[in-house]
Design a protein around this ligand. Structure first.
Ligand SMILES: Cc1ncc(COP(=O)(O)O)c(C=O)c1O
Length: 388
């Protein structure tokens, strides 16, 4: 991070989520390269990131959005434009009718929903593209069973045996979403598996969506391997290919800036900050993982050797006992008002936060490429009250 960018963050009101435009563009340049080289479409899965103030920039690089529900579909249509795809594990009729105002790509999760609504969708939208989610029954997600759509008894997607001729006659697109933060080798495994096991079905549709979870912006991701695999796949089937990552577009592209409110002792040093794992970065507890901090090291058994006075457990400002963000080694002792800047905080944060405990929601801001901070949104008591 540039020195003047860091300097800008040291002076902002906290807590605040801050989108780093230079880093988002750095990721999206890679997405653009994949789109152009492989001849595929790439969408933003808005479930990972719905900060629509950044959509005008993102839409310069991507083909549209994919929604998981009514409000995301509306947001994508209103603020991102281009294509709006929608997949839901199950649609209620009223929601689907409204979704059709915003989205012409409708993906079903089951044969019963396809049979119930397929004709309605075609009647309401002459330009409808109907998709069907297929469960390839291939587990490639290693970090957590919570995020493996092919986990045993999964509710996602139909199985191979259900893909009969009459079912295929009703759909234009097959949808396989089966990855989560996977590197290129797993994208390749998924694509090879699909071509092998679903060859008969792919030949009967004009489009395929190979889902999200391709972590293309990660430094270890082999982009050229993905491009080569996608190109071979497109040539083999002469088919339109779409990818719909969420998190990868925002990988390491923003911060949660917080401040120390108090330091206390209980056999160890504890700092309480004005942000919370429970309410502001729920994946820290859900995945679980320890987020990185600028200018501090995550404390591990290996780095106990030096000065223990600089090791702090960071706790959130809710009353939930488990609201612990992690233990870190700092260069200096912590004091009230010191800034703690968590990195890689743009994916699955602003979309998942809550006001549990009546804790205020963090501001939302943008760090522009010139180092200027722009406050986009500030929340207040009304936001808390209005939801209850
Ligand atoms: C159907 C679907 N598509 C795309 C995504 C985006 O995944 P990711 O953010 O891991 O790329 C998800 C995430 O859960 C999903 O369920």
């Amino acid at each position: 991070m540039h020195k003047n960018h860091l300097e800008a963050l040291q002076h902002i009101e906290t807590p605040a989520y801050v989108a780093d435009i230079a880093a988002i563009k750095r990721n999206l340049e890679k997405a653009k390269y994949i789109r152009e080289q492989a001849g595929v479409k790439i969408l933003l899965a808005t479930k990972a990131f719905s900060m629509y103030s950044v959509f005008p920039i993102m839409s310069e690089y991507l083909d549209g959005t994919t929604a998981s529900g009514l409000y995301e579909a509306r947001l994508g249509a209103n603020h991102f434009g281009k294509e709006v795809h929608t997949y839901s594990p199950a649609y209620k009729e009223d929601d689907l009718l409204e979704i059709l105002q915003y989205s012409n790509h409708i993906y079903f999760n089951s044969i019963s929903q396809l049979n119930k609504y397929g004709d309605l969708v075609r009647e309401k939208r002459k330009d409808a593209i109907i998709g069907l989610r297929v469960n390839p029954q291939l587990s490639l997600v290693k970090n957590s069973e919570l995020y493996d759509p092919s986990a045993p008894n999964s509710r996602f997607g139909i199985h191979k045996e259900e893909l009969t001729e009459s079912v295929l006659a009703k759909v234009d697109l097959l949808h396989f979403h089966n990855l989560c933060e996977n590197l290129a080798e797993d994208s390749v495994r998924l694509i090879s598996h699909i071509s092998e096991k679903f060859d008969f079905a792919i030949k009967n549709v004009s489009r395929i969506n190979i889902g999200g979870g391709h972590y293309y912006s990660h430094p270890e991701y082999d982009i050229d391997l993905l491009i080569k695999t996608l190109k071979n796949f497109r040539t083999k089937y002469n088919i339109d290919v779409t990818l719909e990552p969420g998190g990868a577009h925002l990988y390491d592209a923003g911060y949660l800036v917080s401040s120390v409110i108090d330091t206390i002792e209980n056999n160890s040093h504890i700092a309480i900050i004005d942000a919370s794992a429970s309410t502001h970065m729920p994946d820290v507890l859900e995945v679980p993982y320890t987020p990185k901090i600028l200018n501090a090291e995550i404390h591990t058994k290996e780095n106990t050797i030096n000065n223990n006075s600089l090791i702090y457990t960071l706790g959130g400002n809710t009353c939930m006992t488990g609201d612990i963000i992690g233990t870190y080694r700092f260069d200096d002792k912590l004091h009230t008002n010191d800034k703690i800047i968590f990195t890689d905080m743009m994916q699955y944060t602003t979309v998942k936060n809550t006001t549990f405990n009546g804790v205020p929601l963090p501001n939302i801001g943008i760090l522009h490429e010139n180092g200027k901070y722009e406050l986009i949104k500030k929340f207040n008591y009304k936001d808390f009250e209005d939801r209850l």
